[in-house]
Design a protein around this ligand. Structure first.
Ligand SMILES: [Zn+2]
Length: 110
C-alpha cells in the first residue's frame, strides 16, 4: 500500500487522502479585467505533466488539512509533502506559477 506523508500526521495509507489537483495556482488580482477566455482558462485549464507535478492533497480521513505534494506522475512516487503557503525544499518544480502549461505538457506523452 502506498503511504503518503501528511505534514501534520506523518505517514498514512493512501486511502485516507484525496487529490485536489494542481498546486500553486494564483488567483488573478483583478478577475473582472480578464476576458472570458482568460477567466475560463484560469478556472479550467490545468497542467497534466508526465513527471514531477506539484499537487494539492487533503487528508480527508485524518486531520482534514490541505497540503501540497511533489509527485512523479510516472512512478506515482511522492517526492515531498509540505504545508500550504510554503515551497518545497526539493529544488524547483515545473508547475509553479500562474501560467497554464496545457499545450506543452499534454503533448509530451509518447
Ligand atoms: Zn493529516
Amino acid at each position: 500500500m502506498l503511504l503518503i506523508d501528511c505534514p501534520y500526521c506523518g505517514k498514512r495509507p493512501e486511502t485516507e487522502f484525496r487529490c485536489g489537483g494542481q498546486a500553486h495556482i494564483a488567483r488573478p488580482t483583478d478577475p473582472s479585467a480578464l476576458s472570458d477566455a482568460d477567466w475560463s482558462e484560469h478556472l479550467f485549464v490545468r497542467a497534466n505533466p508526465r513527471g514531477v507535478h506539484a499537487e494539492r492533497w487533503n487528508h480527508i480521513h485524518g486531520c482534514g488539512r490541505w497540503f501540497n505534494a511533489l509527485r512523479d506522475t510516472v512512478s506515482d512516487r511522492f517526492i515531498e509533502t509540505y504545508p500550504v503557503g510554503s515551497e518545497p525544499t526539493t529544488g524547483s518544480h515545473p508547475s509553479q506559477g500562474t501560467e497554464p502549461t496545457r499545450s506543452t505538457q499534454t503533448e509530451t506523452r509518447a
